[in-house]
Design a protein around this ligand. Structure first.
Ligand SMILES: [Zn+2]
Length: 286
């Protein structure tokens, strides 16, 4: 009886039909609407219907922030030497190789130099798709070099964070980066050069616990996840339900951890205003 049976071969489960439209449409994970990818791209990867800020890669970020999308990169030649020869499910060496192929970068960071409204600026942008934007020795050294350059040349510094925190495959070497970067930032502060943090989704762990929270001004994109430990770990430790919106930008702003939440389309203008504020001559005392 073939009445109630389907021949298996008749069902195309290969996903081929999906492949044809793949990349043209995106489903927003906040409002569940289907968005044309081109509309999303033109809207700086922000959902035109609900304002959800999609994650973007480091190169796109730099192109959005800097004049004419133009910038020079520095320090891109640094590579991890896998100090612990670490292996979990896969070897760290294999993970690095894979991440390099996928992103075309040597680690989870790009140091760039360009102009913002005609004025020179140094920007370090993190790449989340490189092992979760985690911070090992290379990210630490790359950021430190950007800070030292900003200090020497008295050029304002912006660091855009997108990170799961320290890179545990490098153990204590990754944790040391927190102290190293913080020390360099203290010197930048002594030199009275402005440092602006832009926190994007997600900014967690050792990155939050060091440079992402040390800026003269701390900005975040709307609804970004920002925290130290993950919400589940905290809930299990304190054995209490967490408040609504916990660890999102809006919650942090309400509790004094951020200076401002800035929509992606306004980030460049806000940076311009903040840097102009720092560059202004202080009023003379009479
Ligand atoms: Zn949406």
């Amino acid at each position: 009886m073939a009445w109630f049976k389907r021949e298996q071969a008749e069902i195309d489960a290969s996903g081929e039909k999906r492949v044809k439209t793949e990349g043209l449409w995106v489903k927003c994970d906040q409002c569940r609407q289907i968005i044309w990818k081109k509309d999303l791209d033109q809207n700086l990867n922000v959902c035109p219907k609900c304002d959800r800020h999609f994650r973007i890669d480091a190169r796109t970020r730099l192109a959005y922030l800097l004049d004419d999308g133009q910038y020079e990169t520095e320090d891109g030649n640094l590579v991890s030497n896998d100090p612990l020869k670490f292996t979990d499910l896969k070897s760290y060496a294999d993970r690095l190789k894979r991440a390099k192929t996928d992103t075309g970068l040597n680690d989870a960071i790009i140091n760039a130099r360009g102009k913002l409204n005609g004025k020179p600026i140094i920007v370090s942008a993190m790449e989340y798709s490189f092992i979760g934007g985690s911070m090992g020795a290379v990210v630490g050294e790359t950021i430190t070099r950007a800070i030292e350059r900003a200090t020497d040349e008295k050029i304002p510094l912006v660091i855009v964070s997108a990170s799961g925190g320290a890179r545990m495959m490098e153990g204590v070497v990754s944790l040391m980066q927190m102290a190293k970067i913080s020390t360099a930032l203290a010197q930048l502060d002594d030199a009275r050069v402005p440092y602006i943090c832009i926190l994007t989704d997600p900014t967690t762990g050792g990155v939050t616990a060091s440079f992402a929270m040390l800026g003269d001004v701390i900005m975040a994109e709307p609804r970004a996840l920002i925290g130290f430990a993950g919400p589940r770990v905290i809930a299990e430790t304190i054995r209490q339900p967490l408040p609504e919106g916990f660890q999102r930008s809006e919650f942090l702003l309400a509790h004094g951890q951020l200076d401002m939440i800035v929509e992606r389309r306004d980030l460049k203008e806000m940076l311009r205003r903040v840097l102009a504020f720092f560059a202004a001559e202080p009023p003379r005392s009479r």
